[in-house]
Write a protein that binds this ligand. Structure first.
Ligand code: FMN
Length: 231
């Protein structure tokens, strides 16, 4: 069972932090529910060796998170004259009214220091063709001080650099910062948004970028589920 370790209010939503623990035994799932949601994987039920001597929750957690497909973003920030930015996928909508967005930033990063001191950040959703940009802002291609070299950017209304070539940007002012282990959860009120229609997002899945996101052919009023991801 996941144990709740923190509850924070954010707009009309509440952020509940949970520590990972053992799930309830499978026998507690009622039969009627199994019939309503038939198994979709012929490989059978999920492996449950939680009691085994070699079971390492931290290691299994890391592996499970590789299956959490996530949009890739670049988070930029400014403090005084210093601008910086990094690649981040731990980004989430917190609330629509008021508009609040959260980013989880490792305490060890330079971006963390600048957001904590400057109080502003801008999140940029990347396009599928921008994996090199994601690698650059993750420190994989060039030095830390060269990340903005050759890129078109403006100074946004918060002062954070706004990259002009992306799927969407959201400029935020920090309203709260919560401790989250080796990361800090920064919640920002969204002060400006720019977006383009119809672009495909860059997705990270199982430790790599997804080269093709197949959108479902049938859509509902609320939107469409993604039908497939290819590596
Ligand atoms: C796809 C991808 C997603 C990432 N997501 C995050 C994230 O959500 N939070 C984080 O702290 N680091 C994340 N990182 C790692 C940072 O981008 C990396 O540590 C970066 O070099 C930090 O830069 P800085 O220390 O110069 O600020 C991610 C890296 C990649 C490639």
């Amino acid at each position: 069972m996941n144990r709740v370790v923190g509850i924070e209010r954010g707009g009309n939503h509440t952020v509940v932090e949970a520590a990972i623990g053992a799930l309830p035994p499978r026998s507690s799932v009622p039969d009627a529910q199994e019939q309503r949601f038939p198994r979709v994987d012929e490989a059978g039920p999920i492996r449950r060796d939680m009691e085994g001597p070699s079971h390492d929750v931290a290691d299994e957690y890391r592996k499970a998170m590789r299956d959490l497909a996530a949009s890739v973003t670049i988070v930029t920030t400014r403090c005084g004259n210093e601008i910086h930015g990094m690649t981040a996928s731990a980004v989430c909508c917190v609330s629509l009214t008021p508009p609040l967005l959260l980013v989880c930033i490792a305490k060890s990063t330079r971006t963390h220091r600048l957001i904590a001191e400057g109080g502003v950040f801008a999140v940029h959703l990347l396009l599928q063709a921008q994996r090199d940009l994601a690698d650059r802002f993750a420190g994989r291609l060039i030095g830390c001080d060269e990340r903005f070299n050759g890129l078109a950017y403006d100074h946004g209304m918060t002062g954070a650099p706004v990259l002009l070539d992306c799927l969407a940007f959201l400029e935020c002012r920090v309203t709260a910062a919560h401790d989250g282990g080796d990361h800090t959860i920064f919640i920002g009120s969204v002060e400006d948004v720019g977006r383009r229609e119809g672009g495909r997002p860059l997705i990270y899945f199982q430790g790599d970028y997804v080269s093709d996101v197949a959108l479902a052919t049938s859509t509902t009023e609320r939107g469409a589920y993604v039908a497939g991801l290819s590596a």
